[in-house]
Ligand binder design. Structure first.
Ligand code: SAM
Ligand code: SF4
Length: 433
């Protein structure tokens, strides 16, 4: 029996898919290279913007052909779109046999049994069930043997007015420190060198269980074989001095942070309910630079939030100029049903969003070109993750930049020192030293 999983969305969804693969392999399934060979197809969905929603339905249209060759094949939809749409999704696409949200992933084995017996197997709940921690008993199946994601919390307690996540993933639930450390120990004994702690608002980890995120950093770093630690996504409001201090003190924590600011205008930030001003965001950046020598930054930005004026947008560009991010993930505002921003007055026409977006991309392209140049001639530490054509090693620097260099297969999984010869916005050509 074979499975095929198609994943949309953020790293959390990718890590959920790795866990689902682990569950399916525990049940005796193997991964199919192509969906046409599969006995079960699952689409792990994202509904953060409108575009990923549409993609799910076009994939379902294609995958339903599987049932013509293999009438017993099962098709499932899970993740955020499943949670948001519920039964409406099955009504719209009756080819779906199994549907569950991120609250119910641990129920997949029962759902498969129900679907095999000919029923529509649906597990969508309003709130997370008490036994959702059963999920952590299953292994993950990863493509990268050296770097692994570890989900440390579910849900989000913020209420950003544009965002569906609190609805689709529920309130914040921090995973216990013991459960996280156990997974990290298992991963490193399996050869993993770098762990990437994941949560929608990872800097708030622990607030619901009387703990602080810095403690998690210190404790993960105590595990001998862990060589590098990263985390995503930080929220500026919860990023406090304790976290900055821990990042500086724990040598295993990489000098990089993804810290979305979303907008530069205080008026827009207020409408978004982000809980900070532009000035406060920039102060957090200064604090991080003070505690963490050489730290680099990446961010997320939303362009064209309702009522955004030219002056507001200029404030966003100003943050880009001041911080000089290594990378910016920019999104045109997409009104999501059941969020406050969906029905706000002053929706910005798509043409204006597109035009502002292209100006933002142009500015960021220039900044990234200059940032890239500043790496030339420097020494960097790279964890080698893969090899191409037998001698091209590929890895990431501590500052989260891709680097390639000549070398042999014996370097895979090793942390090496390199000199940067040429540097481009998304890649650097280096030499081993
Ligand atoms: N929790 C993270 C945070 O607070 O920054 C981000 C979570 S979200 C999966 C990733 C990014 O999608 C957000 O940072 C935001 O820039 C973008 N996003 C979320 N909702 C959006 C919407 N309705 N329209 C456009 N972009 C959106
Ligand atoms: Fe969404 Fe805001 Fe939570 Fe991020 S912090 S997941 S943007 S509600």
């Amino acid at each position: 029996m074979k499975y095929y999983i198609k994943t949309f969305g953020c790293q959390m969804n990718f890590n959920d898919s790795e866990r689902i693969k682990g569950m399916l392999q525990t049940l005796g399934y193997q991964e199919a290279k192509d969906w046409k060979e599969a006995d079960i197809i699952l689409i792990n969905t994202c509904t953060i913007r409108e575009k990923p929603d549409q993609k799910v339905f076009s994939h379902l249209g294609e995958y339903k052909k599987l049932k013509e060759q293999n009438p017993k094949a099962l098709i499932g939809v899970c993740g955020c779109l499943a949670q948001r749409m519920g039964f409406e999704l099955i009504q719209k696409s009756p080819v779906v046999d199994i549907m569950f949200s991120s609250f119910n992933m641990h129920q997949l084995p029962e759902l498969i049994q129900q679907a095999q017996a000919g029923y529509k197997a649906v597990a969508i709940l309003e709130n997370p069930p008490d036994d959702e921690d059963k999920l952590w008993d299953y292994p993950t199946v990863r493509d990268n043997p050296y770097c692994a994601y570890v989900t440390v919390m579910k849900g989000c307690d913020k209420n950003c007015t544009y965002c569906v996540v609190p609805k689709t993933r529920g309130r914040q639930r921090s995973r216990s420190i013991e459960s996280i450390l156990k997974e990290v120990r298992d991963l490193v004994s399996d050869g993993v060198k770098e762990v990437h702690l994941l949560g929608q608002n990872v800097t708030a980890w622990g607030k619901d269980i009387g703990k602080h995120f810095s403690e998690l950093l210190y404790r993960v770093a105590e595990i001998d074989k862990v060589e590098r630690i990263r985390f995503t996504t930080g929220h500026p409001k919860d990023l406090d001095e304790g976290i900055a201090k821990a990042m500086g003190e724990v040598g295993k924590v990489c000098e990089h942070i993804h810290l979305p600011f979303q907008a530069g205008s205080d008026r827009i930030l207020k409408l978004m309910d982000r809980g900070y001003t532009k000035e406060e965001y920039l102060e957090k950046i200064s604090m991080l630079k003070e505690y963490v020598k050489g730290i680099t930054f990446s961010t997320d930005v939303i362009v064209g939030f309702p009522t955004e004026t030219e002056e507001d947008f200029e404030e966003t560009l100003d943050v880009l100029k001041k911080v000089r991010f290594e990378q910016v993930f920019s999104f045109k505002f997409s009104p999501r049903p059941d969020t406050p921003a969906y029905s706000m007055e002053g929706q910005v026409p798509d043409q204006v969003k597109t035009q502002r977006m292209s100006r933002l991309l142009q500015l960021q392209k220039e900044i990234m070109g200059e940032v890239a140049k500043s790496y030339e001639g420097t020494l960097q530490e790279v964890l080698i993750e893969s090899i191409e054509h037998g001698n091209k090693l590929i890895g990431r620097t501590r500052s989260n930049r891709w680097a390639s260099m000549e070398g042999g297969v014996e370097m895979l999984g090793k942390v090496v020192k390199v000199k940067v010869i040429r540097s481009y916005p998304f890649n650097m050509e280096c030499e081993l030293v």
